[in-house]
Ligand binder design. Structure first.
Ligand SMILES: [Cu+2]
Length: 131
């Protein structure tokens, strides 16, 4: 058997076996973004699909917070007016990192600032800053 025939056989085998596996089990090849050490993963979904996850984030005053925000279903953004944070749109399936140091104790609402669904204005979470 010639080398070309062997290579062609391998290519055909990859297509015959690999293509159905790729089409039937896409989650096998799709990695959900995850938080890296020291980060908090904040997942944004439309209000109809559950909204922010987690909806409440507890942090300590004076300690750096690093949020990795994932727009899971459609494009979203992150707005935390009390800390002057307002990201540009985070496109579907991508993440954006936001860093800040909360200097005040309190409960601060955060929102999505990209119209993501008909109930977009209900999409709210809380940042709880503790002593
Ligand atoms: Cu929105």
């Amino acid at each position: 058997m010639k080398r070309v025939e062997i290579v062609a056989g391998v290519v055909v085998l990859l297509i015959v076996v690999g293509l159905p596996v790729f089409l039937l089990y896409p989650h096998f090849f799709h990695k959900t973004p995850h938080a890296r050490p020291g980060e908090i993963l904040l997942v944004a979904r439309t209000f109809e699909r559950g909204g922010w996850s987690p909806a409440k984030i507890r942090v300590k005053k004076g300690q750096k917070v690093r949020l990795r925000i994932l727009a899971e279903d459609v494009s979203h953004s992150f707005q935390l007016m009390h800390l002057g944070i307002d990201t540009t749109p985070i496109f579907t399936g991508t993440t954006k990192v936001v860093e800040f140091v909360p200097e005040r104790v309190g409960t601060f609402p955060f929102y999505c600032n990209t119209r993501c669904s008909t109930r977009h204005e209900n999409l709210m979470g809380l940042l709880i800053v503790e002593e």
